[in-house]
Design a protein around this ligand. Structure first.
Ligand SMILES: Nc1ncnc2c1ncn2[C@@H]1O[C@H](COP(=O)(O)OP(=O)(O)OP(=O)(O)O)[C@@H](O)[C@H]1O
Length: 724
């Protein structure tokens, strides 16, 4: 006879459990184990309670009791762990119900706001004038219910008149109620809230509000069931994202896709977290083996190292051992070296290409085209589109390239690039873009040979079963062609996460033209877990007036992007000179109490400015740590780096300095303003994105400084802030 039972834990319970001592958390873990084995074990003392008919209690330890919801025959949900002296208190305070919209189980705290502990600590002086207007007067009950607000809370919601009351209620309200009310309070239009917040979590089938068995299985019920997750909670460095996904995140992770899927969303909305959980989800469905059928890739080395560390935290060695985690250029260079192409050629950085073209033109005495034009034509069109022959180049579309070319001109440029490539080879060097193009060709040939039956059949297998890409906005067309060829088209083949507002390398693609069709499989996350609402609002100001793409020829915006975290307003301040601006940095650090535990970073636009800041702080005797290509060289100290280095990092507080006209955006791009307006636009957008990325790294506090004229990306509203 099977005496076992299912026992899952609701996300609210973990918050209480994490407040216990390690020994007590261990007891909960033991309890769950025992309970699953046999809930009738007399030592567990399982019994019904008053209040909700489904509510039961069981003994965790001498001092603690578990509150359980009886879902079905042998299926239980752990909803709280309480001290034995408190188990019988307030049993009628909580209602356990199924949300009509999401179909998820919600715990509703029915205690009126004014009586709650949080309500009581709100100082009386923040209370408003005597007859305040209720906050949600503009919406009917039916409208709020349609948005997914928890029905039993409506009487309390109608009473709310101040932000403090709202916060007190939301602190203990179910997730969707919190998300919706906060967005309405922020002034988001009803339809936008419905589309951006409610629709993504709506149950796929009609909801029966009595069917708890179905409800517990839905993504909207945030639960954990496996022991590993619980064990992780016992670990030193447990983080909530490892276990509890937002229902919107979980839906995206667990869905079956009939082809490539893409998840977008503003900074800090958990795109990387979703990519990691997606990998774990796919890995769980693999047949046993020791191979690595899942590729997890991203743009650069330190991001890949971070993915590895986080995947390890999520699923340990067992999971990591089934996943090939490698940054995209390294993957391409692996492909070419496997094919023994390139020999001992040394890789030179792509930003040296204009210089190399100049040298080549001088050495060969060629004139007619300047080095900059040839660099762009070679990298963006010829390498960028993986063109194999002159004939292909004649036919190629050259979007964003400004000037059109005749056939004769194309012929000449093709010949020049062929000679240039040979010249580079003679120098013993090649670039990352060349490697990407070569790798794409090799992989495409491999896949095509298989398709036409040319390869020796049994040896051919697509390299991967699933490809997961983070920071998708930064990959080039050649990278995408290579990836497309590495995985057979079909169900769950490719999963991409990224945000085009954060594109910091000049790669613009239309995925459908590269054989990656994401139409109908594109979604967006909108809730930031990282930054406060105050930082987010100012960061969004920086993006004013710019239009961004959706990686597939359409446009994308940040509608619905929001945060539930609160903090102080960011500081904006200008100085007359760079020397004086450095004084501002020193003062700001002092204002924050000079922390040197790695929680503060300073971000500047150029290496020179970084050098100056480092010198100044060292002169003050401060421990400074430079952020290199592999991230900060050590965890503690005050971190200093250029804007490009901040992708993938998070800090408690940040100073962005040098946000002056001529530095942000870079002065040098102004030369394209007339000669190549499209390029000018792209370069300007890239610099804006760099600033946006930097501004969305801090969690709690942000200070932005400049000297002379402020950057044109700082709106007058932000610049005026210094006067207040
Ligand atoms: N479900 C969750 N629960 C708790 N924390 C979360 C959750 N999802 C994301 N976070 C936290 O939010 C922060 C941002 O997550 P992540 O890095 O995945 O965002 P992102 O969208 O990839 O950001 P960016 O675009 O800026 O790179 C991280 O600190 C992460 O741990």
């Amino acid at each position: 006879m099977n005496t076992g039972a299912t026992l899952r834990m609701l996300d609210r319970a973990d918050k209480e459990i994490m407040k216990l001592t390690r020994a007590d958390i261990g007891a909960v873990y033991e309890f769950m184990h025992k309970f699953r084995h046999n809930p009738e074990n007399p030592g567990l003392n399982l019994k019904s309670l008053n209040g909700d008919a489904r509510l039961m209690s069981a003994r965790v330890s001498k001092d603690y009791r578990a509150l359980l919801l009886h879902i079905a025959e042998r299926d239980y949900l752990l909803v709280a762990v309480k001290h034995r002296s408190e188990v019988y208190d307030d049993l009628n305070r909580y209602a356990y119900r199924i949300n009509r919209v999401t179909g998820g189980i919600e715990v509703v705290d029915l205690e009126p706001v004014g009586d709650s502990i949080i309500g009581r600590v709100v100082p009386p002086e923040v209370e408003p004038a005597p007859t305040p207007k209720p906050l949600f007067d503009a919406y009917t009950d039916a409208q709020l219910i349609e948005l997914g607000v928890s029905e039993p809370l409506l009487p309390q919601i109608r009473e709310l008149t101040t932000e403090a009351d709202l916060l007190a209620l939301l602190d203990r309200a179910p997730q969707l109620t919190t998300d919706v009310l906060f967005a309405l309070f922020d002034g988001k239009p009803y339809d936008e809230v419905l589309q951006q917040i409610t629709e993504p979590v709506r149950a796929e089938e009609p909801v029966d509000t009595e069917d708890f068995e179905a409800a517990v299985e839905r993504p909207a019920t945030q639960v954990t069931s496996d022991d590993e997750a619980l064990q992780a909670m016992l670990g030193e460095s447990f983080e909530r994202w490892q276990i509890f996904l937002h229902p919107t995140q979980r839906k995206l992770v667990e869905r079956k896709y009939n082809g490539p899927a893409r998840v977008g969303g503003g900074p800090g909305t958990g795109k990387t977290i979703v990519a990691l959980h997606r990998v774990a989800h796919l890995a769980r469905q693999l047949p046993p083996g020791s191979d690595k059928p899942i590729l997890l890739t991203t743009f650069n080395r330190n991001l890949a190292a971070d993915l590895r560390a986080r995947l390890m935290a999520l699923g340990g060695q067992e999971l990591v051992s089934r996943v090939d985690i490698v940054n995209i250029d390294r993957l391409a260079s692996r492909v070419v070296s496997e094919a023994k192409v390139g020999g001992t050629r040394r890789v030179v950085d792509d930003n040296r290409v204009p210089e190399l073209w100049s040298e080549f033109l001088i050495e060969t005495g060629e004139s007619g085209w300047d080095a900059e034009f040839l660099t762009a034509e070679w990298t963006e069109v010829i390498l960028g589109q993986v063109l194999n022959s002159r004939a292909d180049y004649f036919k190629a579309r050259r979007p964003n390239r400004g000037r059109s070319l005749t056939r004769v001109e194309r012929d000449h440029i093709w010949q020049l690039t062929e000679r240039f490539t040979t010249w580079l080879e003679g120098q013993g060097v090649w670039t990352w873009r060349q490697i990407a193009q070569r790798a794409a060709r090799l992989e495409m040939d491999r896949a095509a040979a298989n398709g036409s039956g040319e390869s020796s059949g049994s040896h051919y297998r697509p390299r991967y079963r699933h490809v997961v890409v983070d920071e998708a906005q930064d990959l080039s067309a050649a990278h995408w062609k290579m990836l497309r060829a590495m995985v057979a088209p079909g169900q769950d083949d490719m999963f991409l996460t990224g945000d085009t507002h954060q594109r910091i390398y000049d790669n613009h693609v239309t995925l459908s033209s590269l054989g990656i069709n994401i139409r109908g499989r594109s979604s967006r996350l909108t809730l930031s877990y990282r930054t406060t609402r105050q930082i987010l609002a100012d960061a969004l100001q920086i993006m004013t007036g710019e239009v961004y793409d959706d990686l597939d020829g359409g446009e994308e915006d940040l509608a619905g992007y929001r945060s539930l975290l609160r903090g102080g307003k960011p500081t904006f301040r200008g100085a007359a000179t760079w020397a004086q601006e450095r004084d501002l940095i020193v003062d700001q650090l002092a204002g924050w109490g000079n922390p040197t535990d790695g929680s503060v970073a300073i971000c500047v636009p150029t290496k020179e400015l970084a050098g100056d800041v480092i010198a100044r702080l060292e002169a003050e005797g401060r421990p400074v740590v430079e952020i290199g290509p592999d991230g900060p060289k050590q965890p503690d100290g005050i971190h200093v780096g250029t804007m490009h280095r901040f992708k993938g990092l998070e800090y408690q507080r940040m100073i962005i300095s040098g946000v002056s006209d001529g530095l942000v955006p870079r002065q040098m791009i102004s030369r394209y303003r007339d000669s190549d307006p499209k390029r000018y636009q792209r370069e300007r957008q890239r610099d804006r994105s760099l600033l946006f990325v930097a501004a969305t790294r801090p969690r709690d506090e942000l200070a932005v400084f400049w000297h002379g004229t402020p950057s044109p990306f700082l709106t007058s509203r932000l610049v005026q802030r210094q006067l207040t």
